[in-house]
Design a protein around this ligand. Structure first.
Ligand SMILES: NC(=O)c1ccc[n+]([C@@H]2O[C@H](COP(=O)([O-])OP(=O)(O)OC[C@H]3O[C@@H](n4cnc5c(N)ncnc54)[C@H](OP(=O)(O)O)[C@@H]3O)[C@@H](O)[C@H]2O)c1
Length: 238
């Protein structure tokens, strides 16, 4: 007689913030079961609620992860995993998704493309999150703060620069922010396709006069120092 395969065990998901919403949506798209607990929505304690879960994802604010484990030590009978880029602890394994998660949910293809960064020497992603088809890379735990700092600088740093342009176009020049969207799309496409060759403008041309004029035009604006720091960083590239 053929054996009926066991259904996969549910993945425990703690938290109901942005990443938790994305993870639950992804699990639904993959057809994988989940049990959820958040302090807002569950009257029961998390140990009872997640009793059937061999693995529990702690998708909490970084600073709340360790206090949560300490508050519910019985949860440690399960494999605990967090998605924080910087938290290093023996109490839970790290699997950092190299992605940004906002309010809007993504489609299955987008979720499947997200690489995860796990700890070198620790369990591989296929063991941490069985059934997830994502690729993964491993780095030394001690390198994770530097890795995550650069992720945040690239993602949020570039967003802040674009928001500054959008807002200034609208408020100072009466130009709709959307007028800069083709520029943003092309910068992204060039970066992806050509890497370093995506850089153009006075920096690459070595046009110091134009850079000086730009810095003078931004006098008194905090973004003047950001521009100057970027020029310095470009000059110091190996
Ligand atoms: N967002 C991203 O783009 C991104 C990308 C990669 C990795 N991550 C990582 O994913 C994790 C979750 O981030 P997120 O963006 O989803 O954060 P978030 O939207 O701010 O959600 C945080 C969640 O933590 C809960 N929480 C906070 N303090 C708590 C406490 N003391 N006890 C119980 N629950 C508590 C919040 O509940 P309340 O609403 O009740 O406060 C909320 O459900 C973090 O480790 C983050 O570093 C995020």
């Amino acid at each position: 007689m053929r054996q009926v395969p066991h259904p996969p065990s549910p993945l425990g998901v703690v938290g109901d913030g942005r990443v938790a919403r994305h993870v639950l949506h992804y699990l639904q798209l993959l057809g994988l079961p989940a049990e959820t607990w958040s302090r807002r929505e569950c009257a029961r304690d998390p140990v009872d609620t997640l009793a059937s879960c061999p693995t529990i994802l702690l998708l909490l604010r970084d600073a709340a992860i360790l206090p949560f484990i300490e508050a519910w030590p019985a949860l440690r009978r399960a494999r605990l995993i967090h998605f924080s880029g910087i938290l290093v602890t023996s109490a839970a394994a790290a699997a950092h998704p190299l992605m940004t998660f906002g309010d809007r949910l993504y489609d299955l293809a987008t979720y499947r493309r997200i690489p995860f960064v796990v700890d070198a020497g620790g369990p591989p992603l296929a063991e941490l999150l069985p059934g997830w088809p994502n690729s993964s890379f491993s780095i030394a735990p001690a390198d994770r703060p530097a890795y995550h700092a650069l992720c945040a600088l690239a993602g949020n740093g570039s967003s802040l620069l674009w928001l500054k342009l959008f807002e200034t176009l609208e408020t100072r020049f009466g130009i709709p922010a959307a007028a800069a969207h083709p520029y943003l799309s092309q910068v992204t496409a060039n970066l992806r396709d050509d890497g370093l060759r995506a850089l153009t403008g006075p920096l690459v041309r070595g046009d110091r006069g134009t850079i000086r004029t730009h810095l003078e035009a931004l006098a008194g604006d905090p973004f003047r120092d950001v521009y100057a720091a970027l020029v310095e960083a470009y000059d110091n590239r190996a």
